[in-house]
Design a protein around this ligand. Structure first.
Ligand SMILES: NC(=O)c1ccc[n+]([C@@H]2O[C@H](COP(=O)([O-])OP(=O)(O)OC[C@H]3O[C@@H](n4cnc5c(N)ncnc54)[C@H](O)[C@@H]3O)[C@@H](O)[C@H]2O)c1
Length: 509
């Protein structure tokens, strides 16, 4: 499969919007609609919410407390659905089901081939329901429908096929030990896996966590993000349709300090896999230490780096939609800095912001009021600390959580907008003189998630590939993800890796 770019759209050839103000259905869940009208009057998503309860032991059930919480439409802040709100009592029920399914149930005892076939059937079912799932994902998260339907759901399907392929290929070793011994190593399922995921890629994160755990014969209790609980419930129904036994996958929607914390400190959970912020990651690790010392993998925050050396690479950079990406700390060589800023500004001004269900939309709303306010606060901090606001810097429209694509120049390394992860459409541009200097500055951060390098010089590429202390380096490409490529960070960007325990260095052909 060709690599996929999570943040980019594949529909660059779609025509831009007409200004007519009328809504026209153009198929695959997409409408053509005028910008102003779409923001005032959101497009009705072509899907209904069917599953809003917790999934415990193969059944959709109410929370023990009977409580629910609203999940909101980021376009308007209005309620999409009221979802069962799990807490410690529901985590206990879900862990008990997962424990029983692991200790007594058929899942870890099944042949690997049987597990593989269930995962492959599931992938086929998701493919069949692609647009329905994508619509729910976009409605709940605000991401463009085209991105969900054409990039993320196909990536999810690919992930499950990839992990299904591993199910019967997990081999041990024989070891030549001294003495009259026959020694073999075995890979065994760990048991009940507790998994916690964030709102930015609800289904891709589901795939990264649930896929490998099930392929290896583990059972799972998944705590979805409170902002985006819906799509996981829909696909879990399909997973059971594909033949997953009851109790193998349990899903508890709810909040971090209640449901999430209860999962992390549970004495009968054998491992925690967490994706989210660095601050919460620390709490998760502490909970493990204070309970049963379960192993923990952490995929945490980090602001992506981008190093740009020659203007000749501009078209290449644009082709990867790099300037549309969130929270990029961009180091640009001083010789091309001014020209870069002009072009980055022009591109940001052309970026198409609007209703995620409209054709050609590049950027939808932010997830919720909290993130929206946080991003605006960072923008204010950028202005106050003396960076130059080149474009954007405010909300977009008057409704929902839309933010203008924003570019800051004259950014210094010690400004908050350069140091922190801004989870929004804000690019910060810094100037550098030579390679040694930029390596030192780029590495002088508490994060180490991923970096993109745009250069024509092989020596520069090779040097940076090794010198940057980040989990992933893309050379002349950006943000390419694939079922086979490991991902994870250095330093406070995490512990452990998704997929394989290595760093990845990806060069664009
Ligand atoms: N490294 C990666 O691969 C990767 C991928 C996606 C997102 N992220 C990070 O995720 C963050 C965005 O998500 P967020 O702001 O919602 O993060 P967050 O840490 O607030 O929430 C993430 C998840 O943790 C849960 N949670 C919150 N408090 C908890 C607690 N005390 N105990 C247990 N669980 C708790 C939340 O309910 C949610 O499900 C960003 O920092 C981003 O960089 C990292």
């Amino acid at each position: 499969m060709a690599s996929r770019r999570i943040s980019s759209l594949v529909s660059r050839s779609l025509p831009l919007l007409s200004r007519g103000g009328k809504q026209t259905y153009v198929g695959r869940g997409i409408y053509r609609y005028s910008t102003a009208a779409a923001l005032e009057d959101p497009i009705k998503p072509p899907v209904t919410v069917q599953y809003d309860k917790l999934l415990i032991n193969g059944q959709f059930v109410d929370a023990a407390s009977g409580k629910t919480f609203p999940t909101l439409d980021p376009r308007t802040g209005e309620v999409i659905a009221h979802v069962a709100e799990g807490d410690a009592e529901d985590i206990n029920r879900a862990v008990a089901a997962a424990r029983k399914a692991f200790d007594e149930g058929p899942w870890p005892k099944m042949t690997a081939y049987e597990r593989q076939r269930i995962l492959l059937r599931f992938a086929d079912l998701v493919e069949k329901h692609n647009d329905e799932i994508a619509a729910l994902e976009s409605w709940d998260s605000g991401k463009p429908f085209e991105q969900s339907a054409q990039v993320e759901i196909p990536m999810f399907v690919r992930l499950f096929r990839y992990y299904a392929g591993w199910a019967d290929k997990i081999h041990g070793l024989t070891i030549q030990a001294d003495g009259p011994h026959h020694v073999q190593t075995l890979h065994e399922p760990i048991g009940v896996a507790g998994q916690i995921i964030p709102w930015n890629f609800p289904l891709v994160m589901f795939g990264w966590k649930v896929g490998p755990a099930l392929a290896c014969g583990n059972t799972v209790v998944l705590k979805t993000a409170e902002q985006t609980p819906l799509s996981a419930l829909l696909v879990s129904k399909l997973l059971h349709e594909a033949g997953l036994p009851d109790g193998v996958l349990n899903i508890v929607s709810g909040f971090g300090p209640t449901a999430g914390a209860a999962l992390c400190r549970h004495m009968d959970v054998d491992k925690i896999a967490f994706t989210g912020s660095t601050e919460t990651g620390k709490i998760v690790l502490e909970s493990s230490a204070k309970s049963n010392l379960k192993p923990v993998t952490l995929e945490l925050g980090g602001n992506h780096l981008l190093l740009f050396v020659r203007m000749l690479m501009w078209t290449k950079l644009l082709s990867w939609h790099t300037l549309l990406y969130f929270s990029i700390r961009t180091y640009v060589h001083e010789k091309v800095y001014d020209e870069f800023i002009e072009k980055a500004k022009a591109r940001a001004l052309k970026r198409v912001v609007g209703d995620p269900f409209k054709a050609g939309i590049e950027q939808g709303p932010q997830i919720d009021a909290e993130q929206f306010e946080k991003i605006l606060k960072y923008i204010r901090s950028g202005k106050e600390s003396g960076a130059t606001l080149e474009t954007g810097g405010d909300r977009f429209g008057t409704k929902g959580y839309y933010i203008q694509p924003t570019v800051f120049s004259n950014v210094k390394d010690d400004m908050l907008i350069a140091m922190d992860e801004i989870f929004g459409p804000v690019q910060t541009v810094l100037k550098f003189k030579d390679l040694g200097e930029v390596i030192q500055r780029a590495n002088n951060t508490r994060y180490g998630l991923a970096a993109g390098v745009f250069t024509q010089n092989l020596d520069t590429a090779n040097t940076l590939m090794r010198a940057l202390r980040v989990g992933t380096v893309w050379i002349n490409c950006f943000d390419t993800f694939d079922a086979t490529i490991p991902f994870g960070g250095y330093k406070m960007s995490g512990i452990g890796r998704e997929k394989e325990n290595t760093v990845s260095r990806i060069t664009c052909k």
